[in-house]
Each structure stands twice: as structure tokens, then as C-alpha cells.
Design a protein around this ligand. Sequence first.
Ligand code: GLU
Length: 483
Amino acid sequence: MKADSVSSVTKIRGPKMRLMIVIGVSIALATVALNACSPQRSILQQVLHNGKLVVLTRNAATTYYVGPQGPSGLEYELAKRFAAYLGVELDMKVKANLNDILDEIQNGDAQLAAAGLTVTEKRQRRVRFTVPYQQIKQQLVYNQQNRRPRSLADLVGGDLEVLANSSHAERLKELSSKVSDLKWTEDKDIGSTELLTLVAEQVVDYTIADSNEVTVNRLYHPSLQVAFDVSEKQNLAWAMPKGKDLSLYTAANDFINELKESGELNRIIRRHYSHLRNYDYAGTTHFISQVRQRLPRYHSIFEDTAERYDLDWRLLAATAYQESHWNPRAVSPTGVRGIMMLTRATAEYLGVLQRTNAEQSIDGGGRYLRKLIDKLPKHIKEPDRTWLALAAYNIGYGHVQDARMITALRGGNPDKWIEVKDNLPLLRKRKWYKQTRYGYARGKEPVRYVENIRSYYSILNWQMTNSQQYQQKPLLALNSDVL
Ligand code: GLU
């Protein structure tokens, strides 16, 4: 989007210019000062001088994790952009628990924490929060194998565990005066993901987690269910020390406010969460069981094929699952066949002789996906290229181009999947499809198709990352032998 990239340049220039003036003035003052003390740098000047922004975080799918594509997560993305906005490198430091994060910030040992931190009154006495960037609710989570509690009173006698020093522990303290005998444990040593895993594994009966964390973790642990909300909407924000020096704080607020005003913050949040909106319990559970049962048979074919066509094997595997549930003999009523569900025409075009042969089908599907990715205009960046190419795999390249054209006509960005996906369903409406080259199409299907693949892909990524990360401490019942 042109307008956006122009404004992001101004975004970088604005504070930098101000900063240059500030630095210029400080240098001038220092030079003329009679006492020879070196001028004290502001926090922002120190960050610029060091060329590095150090950010404390915690390890979670909603904040920061190292996935197969390297560092990922919403907080990582926001912090990375903030570092770029300041023109410095980002250095994320992962802390083991919330208290370490809050202590370091309170003591001024670190300048910024981006860790999905909830703004609470109690914390505001310890640290300074930026303007919020997201809203969540606290939710009571239980395992669906157990009876659903209807209120906090139903938890009495059960094993309720929350993270020590969390907003959840604070909330429980507030509520406990209303529920007699409500008891809980506060755990210092684990993170939110591990605590949710303990509920999924039925080690712990109940926990409280932020709604965004529940949304993401249900994908990996379908047995996690929300019983009820425990709080109203709460704000998430970055935390900074409470000193007099507001230089970095002001820059961070400017940055977040500008992201909000340009609509970019909303797009980033949607990109991280919107494919999880149509969460399907049965579908996810089935996928996870097939990862253990069926994937091992095809794993090496996916890997070899992906390497040949410079694809991510997990993406290829996720696509194959969406197509056929990894069944090489799958047949659709329209005559589409095989593990990658190639049409007869596509198979002929790709030189696939036997569509029900898994190797041939995966090779054909991988080659076709690569062709589609390469066919899209060069300026479209990843991961949008891949999501658009997958939509084309499902509905045809021409229809995706039509939807991109409609997106542009309606003032959107045709290079962003998140925007094209809102316009694809318009291909079913006469008013829109009559203006297109390829006409009517069932435009909702590729949206669902791509969103499902994204979910399967995240599950595979997560299992990979966690099986490496937790080698010493296996926490995940669902880790498969092959991943
Ligand atoms: N938003 C929660 C808090 O600030 C997150 C706690 C967590 O999941 O680690 O306490």
C-alpha cells in the first residue's frame, strides 16, 4: 500500500528529526558548559548511541518464540518495528517469569518489556505502562473431559493454579472475598503455555489465562475449554521504568499511536489471530491424531519434495492434509484425486501419470504450488505470497487475480492476504463478478481453505519447536515421534 509506506517513512523521520535536534542541542550545551562534566544521555539517546533496543519478553505463542522461520510472535513483531522506527537493532531477552520482568523494569535494569503484560492498578505503582496495543479478557479454562464449572463457586475443592505475580493472581485476590473457601496455587516457575498444557494433560483442573492465549493454545490442545470470563476487558501494554526520563516512553507511545491511526496495528493483530476465529474442535483433534498416525508415512516425501521446490515441508504437509487428510486414494465427486487432489487437467499439465501414487501426487502438488508462488507479481512479500498462492491452488489463479483487482477497486491493498480474503467472497455476487475477467467463483472456499492450512501449519510448527525446546522436559502429550 503506497500511502502506508510513505507514512511509515515519515514515521521514521519524525522522531528521528526531533531526536537529532535534541542531540544537537545537548551537544551544543555541553560544548559551551563551563563545568567539564560529560552530558547525561537520555534513555532514548542511550538506545540510539548503543544502536540497540533491549526488550524483555516471555516465551509464548502470543508474545515471542523461535519458530522454524526464526523469531516470531506479536510482541516480537511490534518490538522489531519499534526498533526499526528508532533505527536500531532489536535484542529480545526472554525471562523465565513475570516477576523477573517486572523487577528488572522497576529497578531500571531494563528499559522496556513487551510481554503481553496486563495493565493493572497494582502494577502501575511499580512500572509505567505505554498506551495499550491490545485488549483481552481473563478466562477460566478447564479440560473438556471434566465437568464445566459455571461459576467460581464451582471451583471450590478443585485444583486451581495460576501464574504467580500474574494479572490472574491479582484478579483472584479481588474475587476471593466474594467466594468463600476459594483456594488456588500460584506457580512461580512455569509460563502460561506450560500451565495450559498441564490443564490439557489433566494434571491441573483449572487455570486462568488471557483470551488471546486461550485462542492460540486451543489449536495445540483442543481439550482446553473456556468455562466463563473472569474479568472485563483489560489492556495489554509495554512496561517501562517509572523514572523522570520520558524520552523512550514518549517515542514508544508515538510509535503505538501511529500504528493505531494508520490501521496497521489492527492489521497486525488480525494477521496473528483471525485465522483462528473459525476454530473447529473436531477438525483440530483429528488433525493432531493424524499427525501421529498418518504423517510418518509421508513425512520424508514431503521433506524431499519441499527441498526440490524450495518450500517449507510443513506447509506442503498442511496443504496435503487440507486436500485429502493425507489419504493418497482420496477422490472427490468432481473427479479430483490423490493426496494433493489434482484435477486430471492439472495432473496432465504437470506430467503426473498416476495421481493416486503419493510421491507423484506430492511432487506434482509441490511443483504446482511453487509455480503459483512464482507467478504472483514479484513485489508481493512473504507470507502474503504463500497465502495468495494457496488460494490460487484452491480456486484458480485467475479468480485470485480478480479478487485482488476488486480489493484495489475498494481501496484495499491487493498485495495483502488479510485484505484480499475479505474480498474473495464478493466473487459470488453479481455486482462484483460481472466486473471481473474470470467471473463467478465460490469465493468463500479459498478463504476457509487457506485459514485451515494456516492452522495446520501452525500446529506442525509448534510441535516441531516444542519437541526441540522441551527435549529435557517433555510437556506435550501430543508431541509425535516423528516431529
Ligand atoms: N497478561 C498476563 C499478565 O500480565 C499474562 C500472564 C502470562 O500469561 O504469563 O499477568
